[in-house]
Design a binder for this molecule. Structure first.
Ligand SMILES: *Cc1c(COP(=O)(O)O)cnc(C)c1O
Length: 456
């Protein structure tokens, strides 16, 4: 649609001004949701036969709608897994859109895919996987996990005796919800190891040994977590790798959140064994400072992913001819048409260098350690467990679930912070506690203190 005219030029200036202003504001207003009816009452009809005009639509967005969103890069947004995309990556996200690159096949996307692959090489190098390992950028961790699980299942089913069987995979209750959700998509059965703490090779062996013969025969994969979303716990990757090798099982690691920590020398030893996996998920949009959305899946043997994912079709054949000269991202994950969503990461890496990334990840770990110390020294709160990666679980002495919920809403309502309660499994069931997850290197000690003091 070539709608370039004078209005369009003004609009472009307005949009660029907004973007520049937004990325130079390090502490944006902490917005909160409104009901759809309230938003409707505030903005009226926006999609009409004649159109309401760019200026009006943009003003409604700036003045009303964006204020009903929570900026994930706010330094006191410490809930879920926040994010802190670099300015370079955000600006290059605009460039990625403007360049209209189809990222499915080398034939159309070569230059863009080349950049993605340069960034991917760095990610692969962090894992220590052997020569030949490679990966592709996806829309996120869920899509990366699904792509890996499909590859695992198809590899298992390549054996004629497994062809019509329903597969079984083992993971732990600390695994992310997307593992169970994607197991549904591929119609696989999930066996859960009952620990939210570090799943060990011994735990896994035990789970396998208690399976009946039928289940054992259908077992094809193990999913370990490289940094649980709730508590930052890294499973015993080396021990699990050993069991997978002995039992001939696909070993997938979900490092959607924690994978960024592979760049941090201070915690790299926790990931011993990562180099033995068959596939790993890492989300650059979580702890590698990329804007949404950008996940990644890496395979030890990409050829297996290609067998599972390459799409056939008469109108696609031309891509395959030319594609033979290069890398076709569509062959290694579930999506065909795709944005070159690794491009913003590439630009930011190229601009800043990988040392700066190491520093920024270490900063999140240092903030978690600092928070642990402040919590220990504070009279009203205590640690539930030692901080792990950039996650800190802590309790306010004497509080129950309602207290945590009310406190969360109060802080959010006042625009102070977004820190949410979570649950931690104890021997007597689940305890409601609070949790910090640090990603943003701009979060300060004062930010942590003001949040802890608000629990008074
Ligand atoms: C966030 C997360 C996911 C899901 O990733 P999306 O990018 O949200 O799809 C999967 N696994 C883990 C461990 C996560 O933290």
């Amino acid at each position: 649609m070539h709608d370039i005219d004078i209005d369009m030029v003004d609009m472009t200036m307005d949009v660029m001004k907004y973007a520049i202003n937004r990325i130079t504001t390090t502490s944006p207003e902490l917005g909160k949701p409104k009901k759809a009816e309230e938003l409707k009452a505030l903005v009226g009809e926006t999609v009409t036969p004649e159109g309401i005009g760019g200026e009006k639509a943009f003003n409604l967005f700036k003045d009303v709608l964006v204020k009903a969103t929570v900026p994930i890069d706010h330094p006191r947004h410490l809930a879920f897994v926040p994010a802190a995309p670099t300015r370079a990556a955000i600006m290059f996200d605009l460039v990625t859109s403007a360049s209209s690159i189809h990222g499915a096949y080398w034939m159309e996307g070569a230059g863009g895919i080349y950049c993605e692959n340069e960034a991917m090489k760095w990610l692969v190098s962090l894992t220590g996987l052997p020569e030949g390992a490679f990966g592709v950028f996806t829309s996120g961790g869920t899509a990366a996990n699904l792509s890996a699980m499909v590859t695992a299942r198809e590899t298992w089913r390549a054996n004629p005796k497994n062809q019509n069987k329903k597969g079984v995979l083992v993971t732990s209750i600390g695994a992310h919800s997307s593992i169970k959700a994607m197991a549904k998509v591929i119609d696989a059965e999930v066996v859960l190891v009952e620990t939210e703490d570090r799943m060990s090779g011994t735990d896994l062996k035990m789970a396998i040994s208690t399976m009946d013969a039928d289940k054992r025969q259908r077992l094809f994969a193990v999913v370990a977590t490289g940094g649980t979303t709730n508590a930052g716990i890294v499973d015993d990757l080396d021990g699990i790798a050993q069991v997978c090798e002995t039992e001939n099982l696909w070993f997938h690691i979900d490092g959607a959140y924690g994978g960024g920590a592979l760049a941090a020398d201070s915690v790299r030893h926790l990931f011993k064994g990562v180099e033995r996996c068959d596939s790993i998920t890492i989300d650059p949009h979580k702890w590698l400072f990329s804007p949404y959305d950008c996940g990644a899946v890496i395979y030890k043997e990409p050829e297996l992913a290609k067998k599972a994912h390459a799409q056939e079709g008469s109108y696609l054949e031309i891509f395959k001819d030319e594609g033979a000269h290069g890398f076709n991202p569509s062959d290694y994950q579930i999506q065909l048409t795709r944005r070159v969503r690794g491009l913003p990461l590439w630009f930011s890496l190229a601009m800043h260098g990988t040392d700066r990334y190491k520093w920024a990840v270490e900063q999140g770990i240092a903030l978690a350690q600092l928070a642990g110390k402040l919590i220990t020294e504070h009279p009203d709160v205590e640690l539930v467990r030692e901080p792990s990666l950039s996650c800190v679980l802590f309790r306010r002495k004497g509080w129950g679930a309602d207290d945590y919920r009310n406190w969360t809403y109060k802080n959010h309502g006042e625009g102070l912070a977004l820190v949410t309660p979570t649950k931690w499994k104890t021997q007597d069931g689940f305890e409601t506690v609070s949790r910090f997850c640090f990603i943003n290197p701009d979060t300060t000690q004062a930010d942590i203190e003001v949040i802890l003091n608000s629990m008074g």
